[in-house]
Ligand binder design. Structure first.
Ligand SMILES: [Zn+2]
Length: 144
């Protein structure tokens, strides 16, 4: 039996802590997992130690569909060097389908260019230094 590689060794540059470790463990399963409140039922992002809506500590890491709509879209023309990153680098904030106002920021798959605001998107997974990294791509039939 092999011992699984700890999540912090798969994402050595990520600021992993007790509040967001479920997010990165979800990435290893190709899932976008955010904390959902067991009291009021709302998800929140980024991860906090308690629910920002009702202050409950009853948080349950819960996978989302990864589908949503582009809320913000930019191209970074410069920035720090990182494996798998070249410039211009697309950055999109997506309002996730499960809850109004729940947004997650990542990149777009290569070749998509800049995604227009309002574009329906879904999750795709890039390989970054041997570990899955979430990205968004237009959903089938979506125009940019
Ligand atoms: Zn709550």
């Amino acid at each position: 039996m092999t011992t699984p590689i700890p999540v912090w060794e798969r994402y050595p540059a990520a600021p992993i802590d007790q509040d967001n470790v479920a997010l990165y463990k979800g990435w290893l399963r190709h899932e976008l997992t955010l904390p959902r409140c067991g009291n009021c039922g709302k998800w929140h992002a980024p991860s906090y130690p308690l629910c920002p809506f009702c202050w409950s500590f009853d948080l349950i890491p819960t996978p989302l569909s990864g589908r949503g709509t582009v809320h913000l879209s930019i191209l970074l023309h410069q920035g720090p060097s990182a494996k798998g990153v070249s410039y211009p680098y697309p950055v999109v904030t997506v309002e996730l389908a499960e809850q109004a106002g729940l947004r997650f920021t990542s990149t777009a798959v290569e070749g998509c260019g800049r995604l227009a605001i309002g574009t329906p998107v879904e999750l795709a997974w890039l390989d970054r230094d041997g570990a899955p990294f979430p990205a968004f791509r237009p959903r089938d039939g979506a125009t940019q």
